[in-house]
Design a protein. Sequence first.
Length: 476
Amino acid sequence: MPRRYPPGPINFNASFGLTWRHAYSLCRDPLGFVSWAAETYGDVVFYRVFNYVAYQVNHPDLIREVLVTKARSFLKADRQMNIIRQVAGDGLLSAEGELWMRQRRIMLPAFQTAAAQRMAEIGLKLAQSMMDDWEPGDEIDIDEAFITLLIRIVSEAFFAVETDREARWLGEQMSTVSRAMLDQISSVASLPPWVPFGTRWHQQRAQTALYRYVDEAIVHRRSDQTRSRDLLSVLLTAVDEEQGQRGMSDTQARCEAMTMFFAGHHTSAAALTWTVYLLSENPGVYETLLAEIDQVLEGRPPELNDIPRLPYTEMVLKESMRIYPPAWALFSRQTVEEVELGGYELPRGAWVFIYPWVTQRDPRVFPDPLRFDPERFAPQRASAIPTGAYFPFGLGAHSCIGTRMAMTTLMLVLPAVLQRFKYRQAPGQRPPIPEPLVSIRPKRGLRMIVEARPNAVPVGGTGVSPVPNEAAIVRA
């Protein structure tokens, strides 16, 4: 019996690929294309690209099957992972099977309370330093400011980098590498890694420089008797208690350091940028959030033990990451066996695409999905959200290992930057156009005017205690 395929933008039938019109739309406007495909064709959309068959999965229940209940039938697609491995080797992002399980087991303790507290401490210190350079009335590209901030935070947290120059250099090298990787992942066909074509030559130079930097840092940490508190040192001293106390090799530690640095700054910076933008568009939400911050903090910098007392702040962040998910697309999966999904038999080797950008804006789950409504994440409403409908940090066993660290940092940095300054869009600032890079970024930046607030925190406080083209966004 002939295989039954879901509907999709194919040319005549399942034996042919995307039409040139659809392929052009996918390349020119991927966010618009995947949203259109879901609206037009439903919960499962079929594509054919050359000799590959692919399925875009949009329904929360089916996403949960792919990532949780039937996860053994879906591995990360070889093509994308091979591109990642060119830079990060078999780090946690690209590893599978026993290697992935071992590395996650070793690394998980490093991302718990102590590391989250350390990164939040650094984040608050550097956020205050960033704002020390601002004066009321200054016009700031807030996206650029937050990217720079997060690069500094991650550089100090991972490698104990303390100078702006060194952090800026690290950020530039990683930006070159990540841009080249994105170009390769987004292209229909990829060249062998040894071909220095286009951005590949710049990637290889930047990658070599980063390897040298990380390798030298590892040698220094191995011989350091003072036991640095940076995350690289924590990784090097971590052991696998289930396998006889074996730790990481230098090569594996470099892979994990590259992976974590790559993933650690894009998403958090994007979350801060879009949150400030949405607040500037929704004055009612903005004032409610400021009222909570002022009431809880009483004019002092935020502390770790304030986090449970800032529930509305958490709701605002979650709603911002729903509308503008930092990771707009998950790494594609590939079936390792024939598997049933949504009433269709997916053949072995099929690609599966999952887009938080689509699913987290599904009106069946989130009515009026472009309206910025933090109350969606009030406890009584959040519990009704299906498992596969909201996953800004991934879902299932392969969800982001740094989720706790990222959220702790965001929950302290956001109140700090809102407490000290009020933000309004600069004159002439048009509604930002979301650009799907490693994370969703506002194309051409986001210009904001910063204004002093009467309850501003005195300069120099860190507040960390030692305790364990979318004009369619509706204004609230």
